[in-house]
Design a protein around this ligand. Structure first.
Ligand SMILES: Cc1cc2nc3c(=O)[nH]c(=O)nc-3n(C[C@H](O)[C@H](O)[C@H](O)COP(=O)(O)OP(=O)(O)OC[C@H]3O[C@@H](n4cnc5c(N)ncnc54)[C@H](O)[C@@H]3O)c2cc1C
Length: 542
């Protein structure tokens, strides 16, 4: 009998017009063969028992309403050419790996809510499997697909494998209230027990799709356009690259054992952290594999660093933010988000554009944004610097605007992680020391006094003497002319005076915090809840 096999335990009756052993594994994120329990389930259903004649159809649906293809640099789309290229690499690599096992990837075009039901019927699928995704768009889409599948008697098998733990299990263990502090979250994971070992894909060939059931339209590979295909990519996509990068990152066990995040550099020319995030975000690398490889190294180096600063600590941040994002209503925006401070940000598209396109007049900020646009990855502290600058530090623009710019360019763009970190940096949630602001001048100098990073990403400043590289507007006119960069002509004057703007913004933050505290206290008095002074936090997704 077909039916839903997940926490609901629901089983719908089979309609009979399906081949029980035919499985469709729907790749979305989780673009890998290793440690992919939903894929394993599909493979097992094809090759085991009475349904040994089953076929596995591996599918990726390119939803053009969300993945509009960029045609040129100026064409403003939701996802940059580099992000598209990365995804394209991931799909090619997945197809290669499946072919080595006797199968292949089918890439379809269209709205998954329409495409999947159509293909479930056409391919006479008995079981649909996929990795659970917790972004709101995905959950809405998946609910519609599940409903159709179950009505048709198709078994639906869904697994959390994007995270170290099953997020539903963490939600249940916390009584539906994921702790809002890192320490609290660590305690919760300690109660949840050890991180499970990764699972291996069953050995042997994978039965490929029944080509007779595949229409001409779905026999063709959906390729990307020339502009995207020719976009240079520093970090190529795919599971093969991910596993290679994991090996390189862990090749110096001492470095791994001594890793402490704040001590890494935001502006070194070679990344000072692993750059595994794009591979984790697209699911080319399993977080459990990463976790256990680290655990093996720690076991051989008893004096290793520990959370929050260690690499295990970074993976716990990732877990924490996924869990909070999963259990908070309206997490992706300020309004209606109960854990987010309500702050009256301005909306000024000129300032936002100047920030996005490296025209703030602060070389450190502009170089970081240039690296983001060109390469799709920037260091964590560089993200801190530009996020603080855009919001509470200097420009007083909403974190929601910043998050959508990041989402466009980041190869590791991930809904929960991006939103959480923007909430943190704008002092809207998790972190409340709004009076601690990054200086767009002195912060970068600490790790790169010569400004080599700025010279690389802002070539217009490459000949500026190092004395002026972080504040070129202070250079005498003759120096600017000798450097071939006249400020106000070749490179902009600072868009705001940091010393003035940051002070004014701190005052605005103070007022916003006070208004919110007063509102909370008067609400709780009205409700007669004078004991704690806190309103009950209502942040569950229904
Ligand atoms: C404003 C802002 C937006 C961000 N948006 C994203 C995003 O969309 N996607 C994303 O993966 N990370 C995001 N981060 C978190 C962090 O900057 C990146 O995960 C990290 O820099 C990736 O580089 P790495 O792989 O070398 O990290 P490492 O230091 O090598 O850490 C290993 C892994 O731990 C995880 N990790 C590390 N730091 C964090 C963190 N603060 N939050 C969540 N996970 C973390 C990542 O998966 C990372 O690959 C954001 C940070 C800020 C400040």
């Amino acid at each position: 009998m077909g039916g839903m096999v997940d926490s609901t335990g629901f089983c719908a009756p089979s309609t009979g017009n399906i081949v029980k052993g035919n499985a469709l594994h729907w790749f979305r994120h989780g673009l890998r063969l290793h440690d992919n329990p939903a894929l394993n389930h599909a493979v097992c259903r094809c090759v085991e028992g009475s349904s040994a004649s089953g076929r596995l159809f591996c599918l990726f649906v390119v939803d053009r309403s969300r993945f509009e293809l960029p045609r040129d640099e100026a064409h403003n789309v939701r996802m940059s050419a580099a992000r598209h290229r990365f995804l394209h690499d991931c799909l090619r690599d997945l197809d290669d790996s499946l072919r080595q096992r006797g199968s292949r990837l089918i890439v379809a075009l269209g709205d998954p809510v329409k495409v999947i039901p159509q293909l479930l019927t056409e391919w006479r699928i008995g079981v649909l499997t996929y990795e659970k995704d917790v972004a709101p768009y995905s959950m809405e889409r998946d609910a519609l697909v599940n409903k159709f599948a179950m009505e048709q008697g198709v078994e639906v098998y869904v697994q959390h494998s994007k995270t170290l733990y099953d997020l539903d299990m963490l939600k249940d263990k916390s009584g539906g209230r994921i702790p809002l502090t890192y320490n609290g979250f660590q305690k919760l994971t300690a109660q949840a027990g050890r991180v499970a070992k990764p699972v291996a894909l069953p050995e042997g060939p994978i039965p490929g799709p029944d080509e007779n059931l595949i229409s001409e339209e779905h026999k063709q590979w959906i390729d990307t356009n020339e502009y995207v295909a020719n976009t240079p990519l520093l970090f190529p996509g795919g599971e093969t690259e991910a596993l290679k990068r994991l090996e390189t990152s862990l090749s110096d066990p001492k470095w791994v054992a001594n890793f402490e995040k704040p001590k890494t550099s935001p502006n070194s020319l070679d990344p000072s952290t692993t750059v595994l995030s794009p591979y984790l975000a697209m699911g080319c690398l399993s977080p459990k594999v990463f976790w256990h490889r680290l655990a093996d190294i720690y076991a051989r180096h008893p004096k290793h660093s520990v959370p929050p600063v260690s690499l295990h600590g970074q993976l716990l941040f990732r877990e924490y933010f996924h869990a909070v994002g999963y259990t908070t209503d309206n997490f992706g925006r300020m309004e209606g988000n109960a854990i987010c401070k309500q702050i009256p940000w301005d909306r000024n598209d000129e300032l936002l554009d100047a920030w996005e396109y490296s025209r703030t007049g602060y070389p450190f900020i502009d170089a970081i944004m240039a690296q983001l646009r060109m390469e799709g990855w920037i260091h964590h502290l560089a993200r801190h610097a530009v996020a603080c600058f855009l919001t509470r530090g200097d420009l007083w623009q909403s974190w929601e605007q910043g998050a959508s710019v990041f989402e466009k360019y980041l190869l590791d763009g991930d809904w929960s992680l991006n939103i959480s970190n923007w909430l943190w940096l704008s002092s809207s949630a998790f972190f409340y020391q709004y009076f601690r602001v990054y200086s767009p001048i002195s912060f970068g100098k600490k790790t790169d006094p010569n400004g080599d990073y700025i010279r690389k990403y802002l070539p217009v400043l490459k000949n500026m003497p190092h004395k002026y590289i972080y504040e070129p507007w202070t250079a005498p006119k003759e120096v600017q002319m000798r450097a071939g960069c006249v400020i106000g002509k070749d490179y902009p004057m600072p868009i705001v005076d940091h010393a003035v703007a940051s002070k004014q913004n701190m005052q605005k933050m103070k007022v916003a915090y006070e208004i919110q505290a007063n509102r909370i206290s008067s609400n709780s008095k009205k409700k007669g809840n004078s004991k704690s002074g806190d309103p009950p936090i209502k942040r569950r997704r229904l």
